[in-house]
Ligand binder design. Sequence first.
Ligand SMILES: O=C(O)CCC(=O)C(=O)O
Ligand SMILES: [Fe+2]
Length: 313
Amino acid sequence: MEIPVIDFQACKLGEKNPSDEELMDLSQELRKAFTEVGFVYLHNTGITQQEVDEVMEVSEKFFLLPNDVKMQFQRQANNNHGWITFESEKLNPSQPGDLKEAFNTASLHPDEKWPSEEILPGFHVAQESFFQRCKDVSLRVLRVMALSLGLDTDIFLKEHRFIGTRQNGSTLRALYYPPVRNITVKQGQLRCGEHSDYGSITLVFQSSQGGLEVKSRSGDFISAPSIPDTVLINIADLMQRWTSDIFISAVHRVLLPLPGDVTTRQSLAFFVQPDDEVVIKCCDGSNKYPPVKAGDYLWERFRYSYGSGSHFM
Ligand SMILES: O=C(O)CCC(=O)C(=O)O
Ligand SMILES: [Fe+2]
């Protein structure tokens, strides 16, 4: 099994009027990918490789700042925005902390705390602009997803009205995986532990070495390499609940590099989340999963991956 690559040209950013036929073809391809694998590469979204490279470049400069500077921007327990220190997050809570740092842009609200232009020129603007670009692509994808399920095209859009505000948990995350020295690695520790994402969908961009692996339905892990000029998109847990398991939220992980590989890995992930107050119920009317409020669900998952609270699925 492989992760399909789909041409998104008909719905690319800036394209206004895809034909019914183009939309129908695209939605069928997307449905197949999301029901069989849960992951898809989209080509021609309008987000260019150059944009991605530029955001990674300025993100790396942030991670290379001294810890006492980064500390001023640390993520707080009640706000997902900010810096996440090395090994402090466990995407698989049964294993040691992930070998990564991250910076979350949790909203575009003016009160979020950012490194100034003096500390790091271009960082704030780059993260916010890329957040906006990812949001625009995500809304286009959510539209085609609804169509692919035979639902109203705005059924998901209606529940993602507040992306970028503090009433919605969608987050752009710059991830930084420093070189791994095997001597210091703990038993079971990975760059990113096995997990599934929490919200609706996730957009992922990896630096050239790749390293991401996705669990297939047969239980084997398949590699999800970095393919230039594409966006990797996956279904997350709330979307699986919403679609009553039609779309699959696949488990994924980032393994340690091979011995001798001392490169730094980077990625950017845009986690799309429904508005906090939206109650997610199965769209087929069934009771396969009990209704849950999107914001409550997200914070319960955060508590679990940062080391407190009980996990509910
Ligand atoms: O770094 C990556 O490629 C993926 C990270 C990931 O899956 C996550 O942060 O949820
Ligand atoms: Fe993930």
